[in-house]
Write a protein that binds this ligand. Structure first.
Ligand SMILES: *Cc1c(COP(=O)(O)O)cnc(C)c1O
Length: 388
């Protein structure tokens, strides 16, 4: 592998995988544990307890060895039966995934399709719920990572509860980044993943179920084997997992959770809020516009100006010429937006580095930006917010 030059020192500002804290990286250097051993059970018992704080729940948070999509699939195959009607909220690529997953297992999704960059209008949801009272659940994202839009999770949970439907929340880029109290808001299923705000590599998914959601598992008839949540719950009760877990990732998770506890959820949310505000101020100062109607504390989605020839090259120039990795758009947003991520182990100077690199890149492409304009606007925010 090519040794990276200091002129291309890698910076990762993508919505997953995200950069890892040094102490998490070194946690992976520990000797592996056997998973059917008292040492593992001690580790797992602690991790299971510590993660409840991040989910803000008293319920068991199941830890699965797969990415977030695996937990999304598990929620479908364990809670529903073929022919069940569900309401899916499609505000982007991940909302669309709920629709595709539902169809894959024979459910009948009623999809609310939202223009990219817009959030869910709760009046619209109420209308769809009223017209489909036989639906079993509402499936949505707390944060739609593909557009950087926050959805009204608390309101959605309430609408679902009032209509006696389940609320299934993909919180993969929300958990640990902004406030999402599962129990207080009465969410039935909350799903998260490891490589986003949780600060560990890809390979673990987390899923917590309310009592109502556990009841639904009693009547579900969709076949499943590997993703058997009842079997996992039983194994978890004995500080075990049904199958061989990703032991090393769980060792890293222990350290990541320790860091989250040490920072405190409130401080963590404030930090994400500040980083997002500074990023927005920075890109606006460069004359760019946001895509998102309700921008998120996790990811900032920015429109590439239509007048900018070769604008779609922004992410590749940033990465290949300067070493800074951000994300572009997906599907219909390919070439139309860039996404700068600021969740997980990200601080002020990661943001100023990302913005400085964007200034250079825009100038390379002929979009004249006064050097320091974006960085300066971000520094203004950091100085005003005074989090230190
Ligand atoms: C990353 C992500 C997922 C899961 O994707 P995986 O490729 O399975 O990790 C699901 N939903 C959202 C909102 C995400 O950001």
């Amino acid at each position: 592998m090519k040794v990276s030059s200091p002129m291309k020192k890698p910076y990762l500002l993508t919505p997953g995988p995200t950069v890892l804290p040094e102490s998490v990286v070194t946690a992976f250097a520990q000797p592996i544990l056997h998973h059917r051993s008292p040492e593992f059970e001690k580790l797992f018992a602690q991790v299971k307890e510590d993660i409840k704080y991040v989910f803000q729940t008293e319920k068991e948070v199941l830890i699965l060895s797969c990415t977030g999509t695996g937990a999304m699939e598990a929620s479908i195959t364990n809670l529903f039966s073929a022919g069940d009607k569900v309401i899916t909220v499609n505000a982007g690529k991940f909302g669309e995934r709920w629709t595709k997953l539902s169809k894959a297992f024979g459910l009948k999704p009623v999809e609310i399709l939202i223009e990219r960059g817009q959030t869910l209008d709760v009046r619209k949801l109420s209308e769809v719920v009223a017209a489909n009272q036989d639906a079993k659940a509402i499936l949505f994202q707390a944060h739609e990572t593909s557009t950087g839009v926050v959805l009204p999770t608390q309101e959605i949970a309430k609408i679902a509860r009032d209509a006696n439907m389940l609320s299934l929340c993909d919180a993969i880029t929300a958990t640990g980044a902004f406030n999402l109290p599962m129990d207080e808001w009465g969410l039935d299923v909350v799903i998260s993943g490891s490589q986003k705000a949780m600060m560990i590599p890809p390979g673990l998914a987390f899923i917590a179920l309310s009592d109502k959601a556990w009841s639904a598992t009693e009547t579900s008839t969709i076949p499943h084997f590997y993703f058997d949540l009842k079997k996992e719950r039983k194994a978890h009760a004995a500080h075990q997992t049904a199958w061989t877990p990703a032991v090393s990732l769980i060792q890293g998770l222990k350290e990541a959770l320790r860091l989250i506890h040490e920072e405190g959820l409130d401080n963590r949310f404030k930090r994400h809020h500040m980083l997002a505000k500074a990023t927005r101020a920075g890109v606006k100062a460069m004359g760019l516009e946001l895509l998102s109607e309700v921008p998120s504390p996790s990811v900032t989605a920015v429109r590439i100006p239509e007048t900018l020839v070769n604008g779609k090259k922004i992410p590749s120039i940033m990465r290949e010429k300067y070493g800074v990795t951000i994300a572009g758009g997906q599907d219909e947003l390919t070439g139309k937006i860039i996404r700068i991520s600021h969740f997980g182990y990200i601080g002020e100077f990661d943001i100023t580095t990302g913005l400085a690199c964007l200034e250079l890149t825009l100038n390379d492409l002929g979009h004249k930006v006064k050097f320091g304009s974006g960085v300066g606007a971000a520094l203004e925010v950091f100085s005003q917010e005074g989090l230190r």
